[in-house]
Design a protein around this ligand. Structure first.
Ligand SMILES: Nc1ncnc2c1ncn2[C@@H]1O[C@H](COP(=O)(O)OP(=O)(O)OP(=O)(O)O)[C@@H](O)[C@H]1O
Ligand SMILES: [Mg+2]
Length: 484
């Protein structure tokens, strides 16, 4: 069995050498003299144990532990403290230190015991996490439907980051599943039993948001009649989801940056520094990078937030997920409404595939729910879909069948989603949104899907789509799908 690797961080050479001598028989020992070089080593190589002095030049041991715990595979962290005030120890534990030892007269036997114990606990935790993982495939990620390459990448990233405390920034249009992904990250993480606290950055006035997040003392401002615990404190040991982070003002941005740097903050109206062991997940539908360029968002905060970035593509950019999502929602709502439904008619599926879905998955979900309620047949037909979905190409007169016409463009309307259905059914042509799905793309996806579903059987695929075998052949040629 290989021995566990141990990184000792102390600025005094005598301590470093003494510890190395005492421990190198049992462990694979490395040393560093300050936090910066230690962190570099931790980033380069995986260590089992980090044993660090509290007092270090520049960055202290707490901060180092903090950063170490944000790594994808964090080491067991033990703090050595000569200044063992209880408060420091409590703070160290809150920040994720696994244990501590007084440095005054360092007891090597005790230290070895502590290291062994911490390692044992960690391996038990690892086993639990592995078990947890197997469950989670059902619990955490099962609710997120998607097979497109983009969504697979999202699943992979979620799995990879869940274990750490790394801050995650999720970007995506409204309704693409930002909250759903956050729930999965929380669920899959070792914090799953801790709280998941959700705050909407845009829902409150800036001063209110500050006290919502960080709390306030009695009398901190007019109307502050009671002390109030902020969301960060509430999220202790868990995850804080800060939605619409693009909406927060400069004051809150500064406080947030400070929190991400040192895990510390103060309640409004108090000078007492508090610590919280909280993982932050932030989301936005805005282009934060552009906001940084325009000076509306702090650059340093932006980089702090996007340690891990997850981009949820708009639904129109992954049309191959549409049939899968639609069928999942169909089953869900059919059951909820006690209806027996088989699926969608080809026309309905085609219309859904060529709609731009400005409200993304949320809009699709509502559309299917509505259709399930309205439907009086075994299959959901075109007539059951909302008008804006039914008529994606408002100004091309012959029916919505993409194969029936050779219309080159598909002017899908973004604006429609926000107006009432009554006004959209007679909509005038709107410009094609950037990145909107063209009829050709929708057709292609539909064909691919049909071929997949039928195991490549062209006769069946053609039948399923509702076109002749000859047309299918022509289309396969057109889209260079012959080899499919
Ligand atoms: N991949 C998916 N699989 C299944 N359901 C999804 C998926 N993506 C989103 N949904 C559903 O769509 C709805 C919207 O998702 P969610 O609230 O996570 O979006 P959001 O990105 O946070 O939107 P907003 O920016 O408007 O807050 C929810 O009902 C969610 O369950
Ligand atoms: Mg949301």
């Amino acid at each position: 069995m290989t021995s566990a690797s141990l990184l000792i961080v102390d600025d005094e050479k005598t301590t470093r050498d003494g510890l190395r001598l005492a421990l190198e028989e049992k462990f694979d020992v490395y040393v560093a003299e300050d936090a910066a070089s230690a962190f570099e080593m931790l980033e380069r190589e995986r260590f089992d144990v980090l044993l660090t002095d509290l007092r270090l030049p520049k960055e202290d041991g707490l901060r180092l532990i903090d950063r170490a715990k944000s790594l994808a595979k964090p080491p067991v962290c033990i703090l050595m403290t000569a200044y063992g005030s209880d408060e420091t120890i409590v703070e160290a534990m809150k920040r994720g230190a696994d244990d501590y030892i007084a440095k005054g007269r360092l007891d090597i036997d005790l230290l070895e015991l502590k290291i062994d114990k911490a390692l044992r606990t960690r391996s038990l935790e690892a086993e639990n996490t592995a078990l947890h993982r197997q469950l989670d495939v059902r619990f955490g990620l099962e609710n997120i439907v998607g097979e497109s390459a983009a969504m697979r990448e999202v699943f992979e990233t979620v799995r990879q980051v869940a274990d750490s405390r790394a801050t995650v920034l999720i970007r995506g249009e409204s309704g693409t599943g930002k909250e759903l992904v956050t729930r999965a990250i929380h669920q899959l993480s070792p914090r799953a039993r801790g709280p998941l606290v959700i705050v909407h950055g845009g829902a409150l006035a800036p001063t209110l948001l500050e006290s919502e997040l960080f709390g306030h003392e009695k009398g901190a401002f007019t109307g502050a009649h009671e002390r109030r615990i902020g969301r960060f404190e509430q999220a202790q040991g868990g995850t804080l989801f800060l939605d619409e982070i693009g909406e927060i003002d400069a004051t809150v941005q500064v406080k947030l940056l400070r929190f991400l740097d040192a895990r510390t903050f103060e309640r409004v109206g108090s000078s007492k520094t508090l610590v919280a062991d909280v993982r932050l997940v932030a989301a936005t539908h805005r282009d934060l990078h552009a906001m940084v360029r325009d000076g509306r968002f702090r650059e340093d905060l932006y980089y702090r937030l996007r340690v891990v970035e997850i981009i949820l593509p708009a639904l129109r950019e992954r049309p191959s997920d549409i049939p899968l999502l639609a069928n999942t929602f169909l089953r869900e709502f059919a059951e909820a409404n006690g209806k027996k439904l088989n699926g969608f008619s080809n026309e309905a599926l085609e219309a859904m595939m060529s709609h731009a879905w400005p409200g993304n998955v949320r809009e699709l979900r509502f559309a299917v729910e509505r259709a399930v309620v309205l439907s009086r047949h075994e299959n959901i037909g075109l007539r059951d879909l909302p008008p804006e979905v039914r008529q994606p190409r408002a100004h091309t007169s012959p029916g919505p069948h993409p194969f029936g016409t050779s219309s080159p463009t598909s002017p899908q309307t973004h604006a429609d989603f926000h107006t009432s259905p009554a006004s959209t059914s007679t909509s005038t042509p709107a410009p094609t949104p950037a990145g909107g799905l063209t009829v050709q793309e929708a057709e292609k996806q539909l064909i691919i899907q049909a071929l997949r579903d039928t195991g490549g059987n062209r006769t069946e695929a053609a039948e399923r789509i509702g076109i002749s075998r000859r047309t299918l052949h022509r289309k396969l040629h057109e889209y260079r799908l012959e080899g499919f």
